[in-house]
Design a protein around this ligand. Structure first.
Ligand SMILES: *Cc1c(COP(=O)(O)O)cnc(C)c1O
Length: 474
């Protein structure tokens, strides 16, 4: 451990230092792909030093790309240095944070409270837990919502399931994340009972349409039970009008859930936009997004944690524990039993940054997104497609002159892969209001304005290649 540990520490430092000098991403050559994906189970073991060599030579050359200052794809951050440093310690310690009297679960109480405090979510003692990500946090939150609705209507969803009851209806915007219908399907609600509420020109939930949909469902004998708002959509970073949605939820006895997986952190610098977040019954927030906590780490926050405990607690006799400040075990509030020590990487990241550091990170990255949007606006061959609310700029390439929409869509659909292939920048696309769009999400504090200029150059170069290829006869 002594010698190899030092080698691994060197390798980590060398790798991190080399990232900005490497291609952001590169395709995996066939031979390496075969090695990575097709290895046979070793009949006998090998020394640890060989494994370190394999990782150096055959794993680290093929990153996803996040970590590079010119990675703008999806919502994937560089790892926080503090998080990287403590990972081996968490593995060496190796607790199960299901619960109990040891450092892991106790530290988890602190970091969950810190996360709630950061974004201004009222945090009752024990009102949350870390999860694998926001997808799992959403399942936890919506299960609590389902539990509350069933209880209120006098039935026991845990014992009887959903059969024989009026359908529970969930409301989410057209820009809501796919984890919402996924959770609805898993919870037996049925995707047919997920209403897609249209968005306004800024990609925010249309609250008038929400009210109308709730009324229609009620009139038809269905049971509206939950509205899931977005605080930072993946496509454009839009934040729904949370205060107004909270009003609708209160008026119609709906559970108010907020998907702030990526964007909730924006509340540290822009309280006005996120006003109403504090009224949510539950909030899903991903420390492994904007905060840069190494994957994986999500968080479910609950205004009334007893409902989640009602929804999940199933304590076999060998796990009974009356301690834990009366809160029970974390495993009583979610789906996982054996739970990793995620709290250490969150604790390290937040302790290293402090509130000031988080504010600086959010200010810097949102500032860069606004700068990028300004560059797009001034360019003759680029067109903004959405306002910047958080750290995402959405736009498209539009060469001067008349060009049919279809052709424009085809071009913009092809640009991300071509940019990625070139290796100098990485961005991904999406569909926005029926049009193919490019979107750049900025999460890396090391990104500079020069990197943004390079991204736009790369988009132009990619488009030029694609236009030449397309105009070639045959
Ligand atoms: C990433 C994301 C999710 C899904 O979270 P995972 O951590 O990937 O499970 C949900 N909603 C939004 C807005 C996201 O950005």
């Amino acid at each position: 451990m002594d010698e190899l540990g030092a080698d691994v520490a060197d390798l980590v430092a060398d790798y991190l230092a080399s990232v900005p000098k490497r291609p952001v991403w590169q395709p995996v050559p066939a031979e390496e792909r075969d090695w990575l994906a097709g290895q046979a189970l070793p009949p006998s073991g090998r020394p640890l030093e060989d494994l370190v060599t394999d990782i150096r030579e055959r794993v680290l050359p093929y990153p996803m790309g996040n970590g590079h200052p010119r990675f703008f794809g999806w919502v994937n951050s560089p790892p926080s240095p503090a998080g990287v440093l403590v990972e081996p310690l968490a593995a060496a310690f190796n607790p199960s944070c299901a619960g109990g009297e040891h450092a892991g679960p106790l530290l988890e109480r602190t970091v969950v409270r810190w996360l709630a405090e950061l974004v201004g979510f009222p945090h009752p003692p024990g009102g949350g837990l870390l999860t694998s990500g926001a997808s799992m946090a959403t399942i936890v939150c919506l299960a609590a919502a389902r539990q509350r609705a069933a209880r209120a209507d006098g039935w026991d969803v845990r014992a009887d399931g959903l059969s024989g009851q009026p359908p529970l209806v969930l409301y989410a915007s057209a820009e809501g994340h796919s984890c919402l219908p996924k959770a609805a399907e898993l919870l037996g609600l049925g995707s047919r009972n997920v209403r897609t509420i249209p968005v306004d020109a800024a990609f925010r939930m249309d609250v008038t349409a929400l009210r109308a949909a709730v009324a229609e469902d009620r009139a038809a004998g269905r049971r509206p039970f939950c509205v899931a708002a977005s605080a930072g959509t993946v496509n454009t970073g839009a934040v729904d009008p949370l205060d107004e949605i909270a009003e609708v939820a209160a008026a119609h006895d709906l559970w108010f859930h907020v998907d702030g997986a990526y964007g909730a952190l924006g509340a540290v610098t822009d309280a006005a936009t996120f006003g109403g977040l504090e009224r949510a019954d539950s909030l899903a927030l991903d420390p492994h997004k904007w905060l840069g906590v190494p994957v994986d780490c999500g968080c479910a926050l609950l205004a009334d944690p007893t409902i989640a405990r009602d929804a999940f607690s199933l304590v076999p006799s060998y796990l009974r524990d009356e301690g834990a400040d009366g809160l029970g075990w974390f495993s009583e509030y979610g789906t996982e039993q054996t739970r990793p020590f995620r709290a250490l990487r969150v604790w390290a990241t937040l302790s290293h940054l402090g509130r000031d550091g988080v504010v600086a990170l959010v200010e810097r990255t949102t500032g860069l997104a606004r700068t990028l949007a300004g560059m797009v606006e001034r360019a003759e061959d680029l067109e903004p497609l959405a306002p910047v609310t958080t750290s995402i700029a959405a736009f498209r390439y539009r060469p001067p002159g008349a060009i049919p929409d279809e052709r424009l869509d085809e071009l913009n659909r092809a640009i991300p892969a071509e940019v990625q292939r070139r290796g100098r920048a990485f961005l991904t696309g999406t569909r926005l209001g029926g049009a193919e769009a490019l979107r750049a999400c900025i999460l890396n504090p090391a990104t500079t304005e020069e990197d943004l200029a390079i991204l736009l150059d790369e988009i132009r170069a990619a488009a030029a290649t694609l236009l030449v290829t397309a105009s070639r006869p045959g």
